[in-house]
Design a protein around this ligand. Sequence first.
Ligand SMILES: CCCCCCCCCCCCC[C@@H](O)CC(=O)SCCNC(=O)CCNC(=O)[C@H](O)C(C)(C)COP(=O)(O)OP(=O)(O)OC[C@H]1O[C@@H](n2cnc3c(N)ncnc32)[C@H](O)[C@@H]1OP(=O)(O)O
Length: 360
Amino acid sequence: MMLTPLVYWAQRHEEIYLRVELTDAQVKTQSLTFFFLCVINCSARGHGAKGQNEYEFSLEFLFPVKPEVSYKSTQRQVNVVVGKEKRGWWERLVTQERKPVFLAPDFDRWLEESDAEMEIREKEERRNRLRSARLKEPGFISLKTGFLFAYNLVQFLGFSWIFVNMTVRLFIFGKDSLYDTFHTISDVMFFCQTLAAVEVLNAAFGVVRTGVVPTFIQVIGRNFILFIIFGSLDEMHNRPVVFFVFYLWSAIEIFRYPFYMLGCFNTEWKTLTWLRYTVWIPLYPLGVLAEAVAVLQAIPIFDKNKLFSIPLPKAIGGSLSFSYVLQGYLILMFLGLFINFRHLHKQRKRRFRTKKRKAN
Ligand SMILES: CCCCCCCCCCCCC[C@@H](O)CC(=O)SCCNC(=O)CCNC(=O)[C@H](O)C(C)(C)COP(=O)(O)OP(=O)(O)OC[C@H]1O[C@@H](n2cnc3c(N)ncnc32)[C@H](O)[C@@H]1OP(=O)(O)O
């Protein structure tokens, strides 16, 4: 007659643990019967209650289980882990209500359902903590950080090239350099300002912690001047106003982008932070003023060449000059200036207040 070992059991939501009381056991067969995968048969040779012998047991589980079974034979016992086919808590292990005599709860591993849920939550929390600790590790660069760093680096290089080029040309050619800024600089400026659309997407998708409206106003405002006023009117290309607009735009960016690059690695250089949050105070109104001058200079040109003019119904005849749009835009510019000036002032206060609090 085949002998049966003592089997202890416990469960979690996703698996069943069986502990078979056999020392130095050699598991011979261990299989699951493929009828709904409910029955496990296990036979082994080892030292049990009846000394060194062949032992065997069979269990018909209450619900289906997964076909893969893992078992580990140690000097003291055989540990078997069986996965539940469907996650859940079983009221008992086997189909028959009266449990087999060789089966008993494994109190070393026993957990009630609520405790098992708590164990899952704790595991999840531990995993989350580990994940965020990993993200903070000095050597760990996330995809987002890499992307932001690369973006800021490209913009920094672009605007530095613009700023340095314009400064050097100003020193070499003096006043003459004011008249050919568009021809020497515009390609790089077109590239940088087109790329700046990424900043609106970054704000909209929460890649960086900033408002969409100020970023949108900034990018649209500049691109309107660059593409519509300068880009579409040849008559504007040789005007000194291009120099002032480009110089004021790039003067802030050579501080703003390196500031973000350091921020990507949670580092800062105090002087750079101060420059990023201070230089805009004179530059922003001056920039808007230069842009407004460009718009005012463009109005008579649009009136004359009828570019972008809106045709009126035949009964009235003629067309509506684009200069009316520009007059409306002049008002929007000062509204935009007000919104962004207030935003930058808030960012400045937030930055320096936090720093002061940290220092105390
Ligand atoms: C109502 C619709 C009207 C539409 C019509 C438009 C009318 C247009 C008129 C507009 C006039 C525009 C005039 C303008 O062109 C003139 C000039 O530019 S003159 C030159 C001076 N200009 C400036 O100083 C402005 C420069 N630009 C900016 O500062 C930004 O573009 C702005 C959106 C205005 C503000 O930036 P932001 O809100 O992002 O503030 P912070 O720099 O403090 O950043 C906040 C946090 O986000 C992190 N961040 C942001 N960007 C990045 C990035 N690229 N990479 C990594 N991290 C980034 C930053 O680190 C902060 O994080 P934390 O707080 O954790 O430090």
